[in-house]
Write a protein that binds this ligand. Structure first.
Ligand code: ATP
Ligand code: MG
Length: 392
């Protein structure tokens, strides 16, 4: 008899009128994610999602890990299965929950019975199994109000299930439930984390990378592709857009005073991002900016960068300490790739003394000699699109 997974969505967004809509998104995202690890049936009843293996090689441990990366689920639990008799259920509870029972001081049993033909009521089954657990583990007290351990029993159509404390899920909201945004993905530590955090708020992402070949190498590009692949278990499938940025950077170097290089470059990035957003139904731009971290991340510099577009710029890392950003990067698994030593286009032609307190008008004035629209259109026309996570 096969073990199964039980998943509980976060409560908050399931209370509103859009419950159906959120549940459907969750169901689709979960199904797509599980395709990587075997054949499973996914169903939802009373806001609990059930994942049941449907082939011999379906790997439930891998499914558990995959499910824990799907935004919108508060908890994920692996439940052991047995025949639907009180004796079998008690026997399974005693063996399956050995470690949990031995480390708890108190426990109680809770039963959910969706098969109404089962001969005992929920309360009777809880009492019966609770009694036998108490006999098997006499040092653990029965405690109805604040037990250390809640033993869960479920009697369903095909089998009965036993499980203990759930594991935390990924939290957040189902990807796709809050619209789409362009995320600026460099090869650094910060932008994979900012992308992750915005996806966690239910936003589908279109990652964009500015690539300055040959000043930045093919390896630097591969690094960004690898980062996008590492994000995909959380974000779902994405189309990474690689924007050729060399000509723009060379023109900036040729036509703009050195202290403004980075400021003007970032305004080009925003214009191109906004163009991509307009063509992919995205309503915001996400960046990994962090107040005061570098010269281009002062309030004045950010005002200059953002003034060229109408879309909101989402900066989830703006007030974080670097140590906290790194902790996230480690948790989501992007840190080791981010610290590989390949250059980014921001480090090409870096001014020796960048302007940190520019006025918007001053930056607009220095770049006005450039063919801004022409350069933006040329870059957009040369975009390379790489599909991430479309294999199955
Ligand atoms: P990161 O670690 O994400 O590279 P950073 O601290 O190095 O950030 P900057 O280089 O100033 O900061 O970049 C700020 C933000 O601009 C990045 O977080 C990212 O969102 C975006 N960005 C920078 N370079 C690129 C690039 N080559 N392609 C796409 N986005 C970029
Ligand atoms: Mg960077």
């Amino acid at each position: 008899m096969n073990d199964i997974l039980l998943l509980k969505p976060g409560e908050i967004f399931l209370k509103g009128l859009n419950k159906r809509y959120f549940e459907e998104k969750l169901m689709n995202n979960l199904r797509r994610r599980l395709k990587h690890v075997g054949r499973f049936e996914v169903s939802c009843r009373q806001s609990t999602f059930y994942v049941e293996p449907r082939s011999e090689d379906a790997d439930l441990d891998a499914a558990l890990e995959a499910a824990r990366q799907v935004f919108g689920f508060a908890t994920v639990t692996r439940a052991a299965a047995c025949e639907k008799t009180p004796e079998a259920i008690a026997k399974l509870a005693i063996s399956h929950l050995k470690a949990d029972m031995e480390s708890a001081r108190s426990f109680k049993v809770e039963t959910k019975r969706s098969d109404k033909r089962f001969p005992m009521t929920s309360i009777e089954l809880s009492q019966y199994v609770g009694g036998l657990l108490k006999e098997a583990y006499p040092d653990v007290e029965v405690e109805m109000h604040h037990p250390d351990l809640v033993v869960h029993l479920e009697v369903r159509e095909l089998a009965a299930y036993v499980h203990a404390a759930p594991l935390p899920g990924a939290g957040g909201m189902p990807v796709g439930s809050n619209g789409s945004a362009v995320t600026l993905l460099s090869g650094g530590i910060d932008s994979p984390v900012s992308s992750y955090l915005i996806a966690k708020r239910g936003v589908r992402l279109v990652p964009v990378h500015f690539f300055s070949f040959p000043y930045t190498s093919e390896l630097a590009k591969q690094k960004v592709i690898d980062l996008a692949k590492l994000l995909e278990p959380y974000t779902g499938r994405m189309t990474l857009q690689i924007v050729p940025f060399t000509h723009i950077q060379e023109e900036i170097r040729r036509q703009v005073p050195e202290e403004y290089f980075t400021l003007v470059m970032r305004r080009f990035m925003m214009r191109i991002a906004a163009d991509i957003a307009a063509h992919s139904d995205c309503k915001a731009i996400v960046t990994g900016e962090n107040l005061g971290q570098v010269a281009s991340q002062t309030m004045e510099a950010m005002a200059s960068t953002q003034s060229v577009i109408d879309l909101p710029v989402l900066q989830p890392l703006i007030g974080m300490d670097k140590t906290d950003i790194i902790r996230y990067a480690r948790e989501i698994g992007t840190f080791e790739t981010s610290i590989l030593p390949y250059e980014d286009c921001c480090t090409v032609f870096t001014p020796r003394h960048p302007k940190t307190r520019p006025t918007v008008a001053e930056v607009a004035e220095v770049e006005s000699v450039m063919d801004i629209d022409g350069l933006v259109q040329e870059a957009v026309a040369g975009i390379e699109r790489i599909k991430i996570g479309y294999e199955c």
